[in-house]
Design a protein around this ligand. Structure first.
Ligand code: ZN
Length: 407
């Protein structure tokens, strides 16, 4: 039976959205939590963007060290051999190459430079090159797939498969689909081409999660694996994209989903930590009504609801808050607090680390980590979290590389 996997694109799609950013260390921590959670893949970088390259190299080496579990780190490229060559040059082993496929974009973005046949030719040249370079996986993104003529999309997918692509990304770039329409179209592509499908759904009409789940069902029903693209807290271009946790919860707890299984063992107790971290790093609060991790997701006040929940939580709750690690999140300390940061000294630094259960073998080693903590705080422009402090102490060489943005 084919399965559903998750490809989180927070570190690519969300960071490219307007007005919100992550530092390279924060992107690294997102990979760290995705790895802890058991997510299949992180679209972790633009490998051809120079400011990403030290981060990308360091994260690939962290993966080798086991810092991210089995998480696959995949780079996003435009469908051109030169982008793929940049990815190869920094050691990226998994890529997705992206090409617009709708007549709207072919006509009004490419402006006559490319027609439908040339679009397929550019895409296949990138896939062929990526295969020649020994990439482990090559995905092909059909940008604006949802507004693409279905017959042409099938031909595009077939050409991708013939050139050696492992998957086709069905991009609902503008959030145009409904659950019923994406089901029909994805099922057609999957049945006619037999290629595993990625679902990449945006939320402009508020249907990203529903469309992702429906598209995944279509792929599975057609006999191929489904890969849902998500972001943490649903942030992304414009109105965002499919929220990671909402998609997982829908697959696990929605009606008639028993035949649709997630293909990776997930540790959902990381969910609250991941959501809170991403909210902190972006400076974007989690909505009070966010599924699973919003402050009101398990709150009850109305008489009938409170009474019913107290009698049996299943009266008003589909799933348990403990499942998501909400019970693990500690409130911030009160009273006197010692912190460390860009302008901190050794005594405060050592005090903070002792509280985390970490001591250093020598003053020299402590000073070296303190230096990194100072740079990391300057880099993030936010107080470091306990997990960031732990990470810096555990992987100082890679963190040093991550903090160096200039090539
Ligand atoms: Zn997108």
């Amino acid at each position: 039976m084919p399965k559903i996997h998750f490809i989180d694109v927070t570190n690519r799609d969300t960071v490219q959205a307007s007005r919100i950013n992550l530092s390279k260390l924060q992107k690294t921590m997102v990979n760290y939590y995705l790895g802890q959670m058991g997510i299949y893949q992180s679209e972790f970088a633009f490998p051809f963007v120079k400011s990403e390259q030290n981060y990308a190299r360091a994260n690939l080496s962290l993966r080798e060290l086991g810092a991210f579990g089995n998480l696959i780190l995949e780079g996003w490229c435009r469908a051109s051999p030169s982008d793929v060559a940049e990815a190869v040059s920094i050691g990226v082993k998994d890529v997705n190459v992206s090409m617009s496929t709708s007549d709207q974009m072919i006509t009004h973005k490419f402006g006559g430079r490319l027609d439908r046949a040339a679009v397929i030719k550019e895409m296949t040249s990138a896939v062929t090159y990526a295969r020649e370079q020994g990439m482990s996986t090559v995905g092909v993104n059909a940008e604006d797939a949802s507004r693409t003529d279905l017959g042409y999309l099938v031909a595009f997918a077939q050409a991708a498969r013939d050139a050696g692509a492992d998957r086709l990304r069905y991009c609902d770039t503008l959030g145009y689909e409904t659950p019923a329409t994406i089901y029909r179209r994805v099922r057609t592509v999957a049945e006619q081409v037999g290629i595993p499908l990625e679902l990449h759904c945006h939320n402009d009409l508020g249907m990203a999660v529903a469309n992702s789940v429906s598209g995944a069902r279509a792929a599975i029903d057609a006999g191929v694996d489904a890969y849902i693209n998500t972001s943490v807290n649903g942030l992304g271009e414009r109105a965002g994209q499919a929220d990671l946790l909402s998609c997982i919860l829908a697959i696990k707890f929605a009606r008639e989903m028993d035949d649709y299984q997630i293909g990776d063992p997930l540790n959902l107790r990381v969910s609250a930590k991941l959501a809170n971290y991403v909210s902190y790093a972006f400076g974007v609060p989690i909505p009070i009504n966010q599924p699973g991790v919003g402050e009101n997701a398990f709150a009850h006040e109305a008489g009938i609801h409170a009474d019913g929940t107290l009698k049996d939580r299943r009266n008003y709750e589909l799933y348990d808050f403990e499942l998501l690690g909400l019970d693990l999140e500690a409130p911030p300390p009160r009273g006197r607090v010692i912190t460390t940061g860009e302008f901190g000294g050794l005594a405060g630094f050592e005090h903070v680390y002792e509280r985390l259960g970490i001591t250093f073998g020598s003053k020299k080693e402590a000073s070296q980590i303190l230096d990194l903590v100072r740079y990391a705080t300057a880099h993030n422009q936010l107080n470091l979290t306990d997990d960031e402090l732990r990470f810096i102490a555990k992987y100082p060489d890679q963190v040093r590389q991550i903090l160096t943005i200039t090539p």
